[in-house]
Design a protein around this ligand. Structure first.
Ligand SMILES: [Ca+2]
Ligand SMILES: [Ca+2]
Ligand SMILES: [Ca+2]
Length: 481
């Protein structure tokens, strides 16, 4: 299909927030036939997610089927500029200067060349092109970035009866290939949004007509962001980053690269798992879960929330957004944990602070240290598990603490034993390491108990509380016991 023959009248107004650099070379793009669309919006389950008490999580948030809402200042500015044209470029933006050198001195030395494209209308990042057409026809739009960016593309304000879709391509300056990056194909005249991380270079945005009755009006344009995290782009459920509870547990470090940024994750539970532990650490981000067709806020930052799925192996969408009322700073990271529950402790040890090997059993003066790794039912480490309970008892009371578990599921946590008080008794103990006899003073009950486990579960184990020890070098091994 040669779409050029379809062009009858185009009234184009292009708005530049920064001047376009000199165009070094004009490229003729290949004809577009049967363009693949891969960005259909997924239908999310309308099932409910339950909290720990089994109560469905519900809220009055926005519907899941909307993509990013144009609610940021940046997008609103873009739309506003497009709505209030100040000049009429009248189909003349493609001035060709073959052979002229690139003069983009602001770009790094390694920046790819910037091109113009035959019958393609340029726009600067942060702006867009406004079209008013007499017939439904494909329009080509191009822009450029000297560095890799996350590109937020939009196709907005389609007139009644118009249905255009948005297609985004990267022009590969090394291979001359036009690489399809994705797009958006909402029905009717609904706005189209598509975000994608782009290499440095030239970007082509097509507005592809599906229906239209003159006058056909719409705006197409893009914003660019440099401070994106390695999870991008994942702005909505159709672009969700997949994570699989059967494979691993997750600690995601991310940021909000702009006020529109939404980081959406599709978590699929392992086949036998019907609970998911989630935790967001951040003072400037909000965590939500899709439940019953809306986004529902989850809990307090820094604490684990247990979500109960309707069925084992179900999938849920989780979304991190800039918190309402905060100023977006891409340099402030959040930490999102998604994991199976704790199921077992591996490689554990309990170590007293009396040199091991001196005496029989676990002997403690003031400190007892618990070590180990928390794993889920599949044997994967559970990051930041909050349910490893350590308990010890003595005549002076019970000490119970929750172990501090790190991102790798490991813990090394020391409990302080209540100091010796009241009565006691002494025994002679041979120190095999140093071949010498000690007179050891024990707390009056020699059989103190420690337990450890997940939740309150734990085997009872004895330890011996040493209050003091004095050398008795004159007593031989035969008498030292
Ligand atoms: Ca559409
Ligand atoms: Ca992000
Ligand atoms: Ca995102």
């Amino acid at each position: 299909m040669n779409y050029l023959s379809m062009v009858r009248q185009i009234l184009l107004t292009s708005f530049f927030t920064v001047p376009l650099v000199t165009l070094a070379e004009e490229i003729t793009l290949p004809a577009l036939d049967e363009i693949p669309l891969s960005s259909t919006v997924e239908e999310v389950s309308t099932g409910y997610v339950m909290d720990q008490a089994g109560v469905p999580l519900t809220g009055s948030g926005e519907s899941l089927r909307t993509t990013i809402a144009p609610d940021s200042g940046e997008l609103l500015k873009l739309i506003q500029r497009a709505r209030t044209p100040s000049a009429d470029a009248s189909d003349t933006p493609n001035t060709v200067h073959p052979g002229r050198p690139v003069s983009n001195l602001m770009a790094p030395m390694s920046a790819p060349p910037q091109y113009s494209f035959t019958d393609c209308y340029p726009f600067a990042l942060g702006s867009g092109n406004t079209f008013n057409l007499n017939s439904a026809q494909l329009t080509c739009n191009n822009t450029y970035s000297a560095t890799p960016i996350k590109l937020d593309t939009v196709l907005l304000d389609q007139s009644v009866g118009t249905n255009y879709d948005l297609l985004v391509y990267f022009y590969n300056h090394d291979t001359d290939a036009l690489e399809f990056m994705g797009g958006s194909n909402n029905s009717g005249n609904a706005d189209e949004f598509f975000s994608v991380v782009m290499p440095a270079g030239n970007y082509i945005l097509y507005a592809l007509p599906q229906a239209g009755v003159a006058p056909i009006e719409f705006v197409i344009g893009a914003l660019g962001w440099s401070n994106y995290d390695n999870q991008e782009a994942n702005e909505n459920i159709s672009q969700a980053t997949p994570v699989n509870g059967a494979s691993s547990n997750y600690v995601i470090i991310g940021n909000a690269d702009n006020p529109n940024d939404r980081d959406v994750f599709l978590y699929t539970a392992a086949p036998a798992q019907n609970t998911v532990h989630v935790r967001l650490n951040s003072g400037v981000h909000t965590l939500q879960v899709a439940s019953g067709g809306v986004w529902v806020d989850i809990g307090v930052s820094g604490s684990i929330t247990t979500l109960t799925l309707a069925n084992p192996g179900d999938s849920i969408y989780l979304r991190v957004s800039p918190a309402v009322g905060t100023t977006v700073n891409p340099l402030i990271n959040y930490e999102l944990i998604m994991s199976n529950p704790s199921a077992a402790l591996l490689n554990y040890s309990v170590v007293g602070d009396v040199q091991p090997g001196w005496f029989a059993g676990t002997e403690v003066n003031t400190d007892l240290t618990f070590n180990g790794t928390v794993v889920d039912a599949l044997g994967n480490p559970v990051p930041y598990a909050d349910d490893v309970i350590l308990v010890l008892t003595s005549e002076d009371g019970v000490v119970a603490e929750v172990a501090n578990v790190d991102a790798s599921g490991n813990y090394s946590h020391t409990l302080s034993v209540p100091a010796c008080s009241g009565g006691g008794f002494t025994e002679l103990r041979w120190d095999y390491a140093n071949s010498i006899c000690w007179e050891v003073g024990y707390h009056n009950d020699p059989n103190h108990i420690y337990t450890f486990g997940i939740g309150t579960v734990g085997a009872e184990v004895r330890y011996h509380h040493i209050c003091n020890a004095n050398l008795r070098p004159s007593i031989p091994l035969s008498n030292c016991n």
